[in-house]
Design a protein around this ligand. Sequence first.
Ligand code: SAM
Length: 223
Amino acid sequence: MACAPARRTVARPATPRCENADVTGDHYFTAEPTTPARPREVEFSVAGRDYALSSAGGVFSADRLDPGTAVLLRKADLPGVDVAGPLLDIGCGFGPITCVLATVAPAATVWAVDVNERARALTAANAGRIGAADRVRAVAPDDLPADVTFAQIWSNPPIHIGKAELHDLLLRWLPRLTPDGVAWLVVARHLGGDSLHRWLVEQGWQVERHASQKGYRVLRVTR
Ligand SMILES: C[S@@+](CC[C@H](N)C(=O)[O-])C[C@H]1O[C@@H](n2cnc3c(N)ncnc32)[C@H](O)[C@@H]1O
């Protein structure tokens, strides 16, 4: 079973390996990866549930739950069962954040965007594995309807696309929070977590450093 009640209550990665160990020529944010897919499975636990998700070469952290994503899912306030969404996962990768959100908020629709088509396909497949295929929409950024707004936005954002591109990405999606919506971001301190915090404040957002663990900042962003 892909997702079942379990004894562990922490988000912890399975095997510690380089996030791009199988990416030969592609960046993880390549639109159409040429890296061999070499299907595999990533197992992890969040909030008392075990997940076993499909992964493949050419996507971010293909072999394990990324440590930053693990910190985010452990430290941020996961939506409750009553949260109807819609929710957004910016840069879904193979879908770990999306699948956790769809599991803990069983009434919510979760939109999962990524520029990487293999990532979108894996997220859609994993939504099926957890029984949420009808509530997860894995789409390219330009295919998300313009009139959808989000009660929550979650992201382990793609820092490596560059600072200007990252800022553009956040300026594109954060304004689509509902007035009382909340965004949860995780950024490694050594990759600019604190400067991103300051930049978001300069843009007029309320930003709280909700948690800091293992060098990762978990930022809570509201209007
Ligand atoms: C740090 S990874 C996080 C992946 C996944 N959420 C996880 O936690 O394992 C960031 C993701 O953002 C995607 N990405 C890069 N540029 C993007 C863009 N402009 N819009 C949406 N996603 C993008 C990458 O392909 C990658 O999958």
